[in-house]
Design a binder for this molecule. Structure first.
Ligand code: GL9
Length: 833
């Protein structure tokens, strides 16, 4: 290590550790240098992809400089750190973000130009890092951006999947899935750490052993081992020397060999063990808000947790602090229940390996972990069968039983001996086979539990965790409303609006102090400002219209109202209700006289989103949207008053083009089902209005921007149970307007109606669980209000300005600061000023 080097060697090091220069000439030199040495190419065979790679490498050099400074300073000072454990990080592209953070974009643009390319062309060569499903993974990425920007000493831990979320292809209107082998080309944004490897065990048995102190301890032995190797993804902070990190684990075979099979002449088998090990981190499970319960997934979760904790403990031990100080040096945030095995794993290490007493160990564990819940949907709550866990993680299963036993004994002694309560609150569910309720394990193992929006946090206190709130008291259960990074979601993705805001407010401080957007309010009535504002929106709509024309060959009118719903396709998000209303609009347009038709507000309805490959009903919704689009877009009689577009393969990079282009975006989940939502925040930040239900973060957005600037409809969350109950016993009420639409579909207007039978049945025979029939009428009414409001452009522009101006609260900087202060007890750690 550095400490062992003599003074002369150290000064030699210092002499050569010069910062990279950012003048255009030096940048050009670096790019050319990387072209030759990293890519082994030259002026005779350079192309866009290679040029992107060389450029990316030169930017990476600059990041790594900051990365090293930050890690060195952290190593020396050893402040408390936070680890954000997440099975998903939906990062998207890195180059543009890095250029903005380092404040070198202007010079890079010029340098790339001087070398015969355009920076804009290079940016789109980059593949998205799509190691996540949707909101949950994107939230983790936004939080890493904010912890880096605010200089909080925080690392993300995750898995390096070789296949990210699948590519969606639309064929005959149906979703098809293609693997996303994103690491086909070299990835300049990850740094392989061939020296950082840990062993992870599965299966095996539990034995009793003497430890060094002569005490009897349990020991997990035998079984199979795989190796976890680290890949570091540097996360630049905006305008700071500090650089964050996400450490992703990749499974590798241990370099041991099955000599028994080898000697028995079964070479193939001894090799296949190795491939099995590698397969562990191959693929991200493509489910959103839905548990599949596959053995490989459980293995992924343990692999992730085990490697991360070994790494954290290794770092902790370097400082030689006593174990009881662990929670003063380490905070771990569990992003949903996916990392919950970290609780029994840390307990196991402390008791079995380090020889601590159970209670001392448990005290350390529960002062270290905190847990974020992201959903109330029962089908999304992780439960693992006890037999499966016993097989794969025999020692952990014992520890979970013990955690549960001691917990239930305490509840019984200190709180209530009620058998029903004890059964309800138990970590083990007494089904056949028994199940481990991971959310309960996470609650019991954490000091703080948070929901992700005010309504959601209320609901989990009232329902899912009600018994725990009564037992522990309410302080353990808090709310931290989600946030989004204004750097990616405005500064980077909407340059025209960024420049207008910066010019108007006189500086770009708003990018790190989003509350400053309030300053726009005083221009909301200013006609010239409104015009400039509307012009930006039009530019962004043209950018999207061009994309649609180029990629889908559909012509849309940029002056029409752009009405957008992009998110995972899920019944609770009710894309079905949206397309039903579009069909209603279409039928109404068709009935109009030519004169009336002229008077309508033209609309472009845009959908996007992936359905989980096994989610049959969600996939039928995609088919219905595309079938309806086919008919509507080709019906000349409605004079382009309505267009429907399903944008395939919605991802972070597409969102960066789509979000700035909305007039209206829809967030129309059944009240009480969407924990928070974060795309709602992105759209409003970019001056798009919301058409939404009284659900998730819509409610707080409404409070912040004012109810006159948002279109809300539908029943409230606390009415939902009663309505469902009534529907069950008294049947549905299908409104005439909804019936018109059902009849049209069943009458074959959008192709073979038998295709859509199962979808329609979710309404009529399925009891309409998501209350589409209940909300449909008020939904249509609110659409009319939207149209009428859009006619008066001054009114609309003012609302749009007020939307952006009121969004300060939804910066992920605010969210992360709250986590740091209330949960992690973490202070910023500034390097190299
Ligand atoms: C989710 C919720 O459904 C969203 O409402 C919430 O905004 C995000 C982030 O807190 O978390 N929970 C969840 O399982 N997903 C969410 O988006 N789905 C995935 O992305 C996997």
């Amino acid at each position: 290590t550095r400490e062992e080097l003599d003074e002369k060697a150290k000064s030699n090091w210092k002499k050569h550790m010069l910062p990279e220069k950012n003048d255009t000439d030096s940048i050009e030199q670096d790019i050319v240098h990387h072209t030759i040495t990293t890519l082994c190419r030259g002026v005779y065979n350079i192309d866009k992809l290679a040029m992107y790679q060389a450029t990316a490498h030169s930017v990476r050099d600059r990041l790594l400089e900051d990365w090293n400074c930050t890690q060195e300073a952290l190593h020396k000072e050893n402040p408390k750190r936070c680890y954000y454990m997440s099975m998903e990080f939906l990062i998207g592209r890195a180059l543009d973000n890095a250029l903005n953070c380092l404040k070198v974009k202007k010079n890079y643009k010029e340098s790339v130009n001087n070398l015969g390319f355009s920076l804009e062309d290079l940016l789109v060569e980059e593949k998205d890092a799509a190691l996540g499903n949707g909101g949950l993974g994107r939230l983790a990425a936004c939080y890493m951006d904010s912890t880096a920007t605010l200089d909080y000493p925080t690392w993300g831990y995750g898995l390096r999947y070789q296949y990210g979320i699948f590519k969606q292809i639309i064929k005959d209107g149906y979703q098809n899935e293609m693997p996303d082998y994103w690491l086909n080309f070299d990835n300049p944004w990850e740094f392989p750490r061939t020296d950082i490897r840990y062993e992870v065990r599965f299966h095996g048995y539990v034995a009793t052993k003497m430890n060094e102190k002569g005490e009897s301890r349990m020991s997990w032995e035998g079984g199979d081992k795989v190796q976890a190797m680290a890949y570091d993804v540097p996360i630049p902070g905006f305008d700071t020397k500090g650089c964050g990190n996400i450490r992703l684990w990749s499974s590798k075979p241990l370099n041991t060999f099955d000599f028994d099979s080898f000697n028995a002449g079964d070479y193939e088998r001894s090799v296949s063990e190795q491939t099995n090990a590698q397969n562990l981190t191959s693929v991200l499970y493509p489910n959103d808000n839905h548990l599949v319960g596959k053995e490989l997934r459980l293995k992924q979760e343990y692999f992730f947790v085990s490697a991360s904790l070994q790494d954290i403990i290794h770092r902790f031990k370097r400082a030689k602090c006593p174990w009881k100080d662990f929670p003063d040096k380490v905070a771990v945030q569990m992003n949903d229940t996916h990392p919950t095995l970290a609780v029994p794993e840390l307990q196991r290490i402390l008791v079995d390996v380090e020889g601590l007493e159970w209670d001392d160990a448990w005290d350390i564990v529960t002062r270290t972990f905190a847990f974020t819940n992201h959903t109330v949907l029962p089908e999304a709550l992780e439960c693992w069968s006890v037999p499966m866990m016993e097989k794969i993680l025999p020692r952990h299963m014992q520890i979970i039983y013990d955690i549960n036993l001691f917990f239930l004994q305490k509840v019984e002694r200190d709180f209530s001996p009620d058998r029903e309560l004890l059964k309800r609150i138990s970590i083990i569910e007494e089904t056949s086979p028994q199940q481990v309720r991971m959310a309960y394990l996470a609650v019991v193992g954490s000091h703080t539990v948070n929901g992700v929006a005010a309504l959601h946090s209320d609901l989990i206190r009232k329902n899912l965790f009600n018994d725990f709130v009564k037992y522990y008291g309410p302080e353990k259960f808090i709310n931290i409303t989600n946030g989004i990074t204004p750097r990616r979601w405005l500064y980077q993705s909407n340059p025209a609006l960024r420049d207008l805001i910066t010019k108007t407010l006189g500086s770009e401080d708003w990018a790190t102090h989003l509350d400053l957007l309030q300053g726009l309010k005083k221009y909301a009535d200013d006609a010239a400002f409104q015009d400039a504002w509307a012009d930006v929106k039009l530019q962004n709509k043209k950018r999207l219209a061009d994309w649609i024309k180029t990629n889908m060959n559909i012509t849309v009118n940029p002056h029409a109202l752009f009405d957008i719903q992009v998110k995972r396709i899920h019944e609770y998000k009710r894309q079905f209700m949206n397309i039903l209303s579009v069909i209603y609009r279409y039928k109404s347009l068709k009935k109009m006289s030519a004169e009336d038709l002229e008077q309508q507000v033209p609309r472009v309805v845009i959908f996007g989103g992936k359905a989980a490959p096994g989610y049959y009903i969600a996939k039928l919704v995609i088919k219905l949207i595309n079938s309806a689009a086919d008919v509507i877009n080709n019906d000349v009689s409605i004079k382009d008053m309505l267009k429907v577009v399903f944008i395939p393969d919605y991802n972070v990079s597409l969102a960066e083009i789509i979000v700035p282009a909305s007039d209206i975006s829809q967030h129309i989940s059944t009240a009480g089902t969407e924990a928070s939502g974060t795309s709602n925040m992105k759209f409003v930040l970019n001056g798009g209005l919301i058409l939404g239900t009284v659900d998730g973060a819509n409610i707080e957005i409404c409070e912040q921007i004012g109810k006159e600037n948002i279109f809300m409809f539908g029943v409230l969350a606390d009415a939902v149970d009663d309505i469902r109950h009534n529907q069950k016993y008294h049947g549905l009420f299908i409104d005439a307007s909804l019936q018109v639409v059902i009849d049209a579909i069943q009458g074959g207007e959008f192709g073979d109606p038998s295709v859509f039978g199962p979808l329609i049945n979710t309404l009529t025979y399925g009891g309409d669980y998501y209350l589409i029939s209940t909300d449909f009428k008020s939904y249509l009414q609110e659409h009319t209000v939207v149209d009428d409001t859009f006619r008066d452009r001054a009114v609309w522009n003012k609302k749009s300005i007020m939307c952006t101006a009121g969004m300060g609260f939804f910066s992920s900087d605010r969210a992360v600061r709250t986590y740091a202060e209330k949960i992690w007890k973490l202070k910023p750690f500034k390097v190299g000023v």
